[in-house]
Design a protein around this ligand. Structure first.
Ligand SMILES: C[S@@+](CC[C@H](N)C(=O)[O-])C[C@H]1O[C@@H](n2cnc3c(N)ncnc32)[C@H](O)[C@@H]1O
Length: 222
């Protein structure tokens, strides 16, 4: 093996080693992509911010399907930024992942790169129930400022409705989350709608997903 081949093989091996794989993200990435294909408009120069990108599997799966969209992945956990970058490596429409704590003001994110009313889409999967409620408040408060009028917030995960959780597997999941941290747990869509409306955002569609999850599409009022 000459030195150039060695360097190329070594680099791809190192990159692969950094990629975390969440089995759930592998299972849900195609059903979520189907919903995004309905939501994302044709046209040029659209901006998609992902809050809590986790391993980076979602952004890497979505980006090649929407070459006209620029994707900004982000994470709260600094240790995950390397995995996101490794998954996104090679996609020219994915920016370098940035650290975002959604409870902070968006003007602090990425050294202030995001202007108010400038984003077409914000996407957030599986954060609201696996973080304290101030993260959910921060999500809606910041997104209400950041989205363009008619821009979309797309959230994915399990939810409660009018104080009820169904089926039993989601009840068990909620109990297991609360046993790990009493501040975690499934969020109630009735409460989320009130929080959204305070931030000029309306719920427009709830899509049933596999494994008793939902994708919820929210729109910023014009
Ligand atoms: C279950 S993971 C979901 C990861 C990924 N979105 C997915 O669906 O595979 C929950 C994520 O919420 C993130 N998170 C927790 N607190 C946060 C905060 N204050 N701001 C932004 N993200 C946060 C965690 O770092 C974690 O990556």
């Amino acid at each position: 093996m000459n030195i150039i081949h060695y360097a190329a093989n070594h680099r791809s091996h190192t990159m692969a080693a950094k990629k975390l794989i969440y089995p759930a993200a592998d299972r849900n990435k195609d059903p979520i992509l189907s919903v995004l294909k309905r939501c994302i408009q044709r046209g040029t120069d659209q901006i998609f911010l992902e809050i809590s990108s986790g391993s980076g599997q979602h952004v890497a799966h979505f980006a090649p399907h929407f070459p006209h969209v620029t994707f900004y992945p982000s994470e709260y956990e600094p240790r995950l930024l390397e995995s996101i970058a490794a998954h996104a490596n090679g996609y020219s429409n994915v920016k370098i992942p940035m650290r975002i704590d959604v409870t902070t003001d968006y003007r602090l994110w990425g050294n202030g790169i995001f202007r108010p009313n400038s984003l077409d889409y914000v996407y957030n999967a599986n954060m609201m129930h696996i973080s304290p409620y101030p993260c959910t408040i921060g999500l809606f408060t910041n997104v209400g400022q950041l989205l363009k009028p008619n821009g979309l917030l797309i959230t994915y995960g399990p939810y409660a409705f009018d104080g009820q959780i169904t089926p039993q597997s989601n009840v068990n999941f909620d109990m297991s989350l609360k046993s790990q941290d009493p501040a975690w747990g499934l969020r109630d869509v009735t409460e989320l709608k009130k929080l959204a409306e305070k931030n000029n955002i309306r719920l427009i569609e709830i899509v049933d997903m596999p494994a008793n999850n939902k994708t919820i599409i929210w729109r910023k009022c014009a």
